[in-house]
Write a protein that binds this ligand. Sequence first.
Ligand SMILES: Cc1cc2nc3c(=O)[nH]c(=O)nc-3n(C[C@H](O)[C@H](O)[C@H](O)COP(=O)(O)O)c2cc1C
Length: 436
Amino acid sequence: MSEKHLCIGLSLSPTWLNGWGWRKKDSSAERIFSADFYIELTKKAEEAKLDFVFKPDALFLHPERVNVSPAMGGLDPTLLMTMLAEHTSQIGLVTTVSTTFNPPYVIARQLQTLHRLSGGRAGWNIVTSIEGADNFGHKNMPSSEERYNRAKESVEVIRKLWRSYPAEALLVDRAEGIFADKEKIHPIDYKGDFYDVKGPLNLPAHLAGELPLFQAGASDAGREFASGVASGIFAATPTIESAISYRQDLRNRAMSKGRDADDISVLPGLSLFLGNTTAEANALYRDAFAHLSHEQQLAMVRRILGVDLSGFAKEDKVTAANIPHDNQQMHSKTHAELLKDYIVKNEPTVQQLLSRPEVISSAHWIIIGTAEEAAQQIEYWLDKGAIDGFIALPGGSISSLQLFFDELLPLLVEKGLFREEYESDTFIKNLTKQKN
Ligand SMILES: Cc1cc2nc3c(=O)[nH]c(=O)nc-3n(C[C@H](O)[C@H](O)[C@H](O)COP(=O)(O)O)c2cc1C
């Protein structure tokens, strides 16, 4: 049995409503833009002693899909987390903010505000985004290289801003008449390729310490960036092999930058299709993707790899020779590389390719089964060094979410893989404790 504890987060993006899941009677789909939906969920997550709740984000809507789905629509995650801070006291609150579209002073200020209002429980998932340029006055998305260069600079500016007004500078010494120690508050005078920021930030840091950074995006540039700054990685790893090699690579890169390998927790998204029996779970999984037409699946492959398979028969094989080498239209190298790797190693038929998680569900790790079966698989991945924890994405139906809370988490506690009580009341300290 593993000596390690899992770090577990829950996505507040209601993944169990994907596909036709929202049409189920008990789906609560009409509540996804209202406060009580997220308050209930987050309170439940805190009762279960989860490390954090997490909200992915998009800065665009797909109007052509609003008739059948939320179409990437959603509440602003930082405002949402600020509201959730008021209703909870120990769980971490990880918001998503894109460095491609937001100026660093605004990001620094909003995140520090969340950190202060939550008593030191904020976390930031740094994304460089794959769509949305035309909502910000740009014709096209900047290249992946530019997005990561910008992200690196943005994080540098933001950390300097957080340190420009340290927590200890705030004195409120009534007797001496000193509100804050002027000597400890400094401008940052930053001038880089993208940003020119004077500072200091206009609010003090929190005594709990700097808020932990998370990152998603596994291209070479993404890994270089993450290994230098991130504490948590939201990973897309559909197979145990991809998870082991990704985690090892990030640990090596972190060490080469003078960090401890254990400073980084690799947390794959984990799509959980849980049933009371294996057959029930299989049916949930099958139904979750039944709404996708052959054409929609082909369009997904086109989007990820830039390859058009519409002239192929379902039983035709797809090989490396079918993949274009220099696809400039590629949105996410992470997803493209995962799918390429699968094709090269397996030479699947079109039918097999179209049912892959990389095509139908964001390339996440998928477990289909009972809570007992899920607990065994999670323990296996942990033992093999594939994960430090995971971000739960319950799928198919709200029943998967219920089984996650009612059966899977208690089983992980029973196995000694997850905590029974919070060790501390700040997210940062809980994250650190998990590693012991
Ligand atoms: C698992 C995963 C989750 C992501 N979540 C988001 C998100 O919530 N919002 C967003 O704008 N971009 C998100 N992204 C996109 C990344 O921030 C990044 O822009 C994209 O993956 C391209 O970088 P790459 O070439 O390193 O993959 C995500 C990427 C991955 C792999």
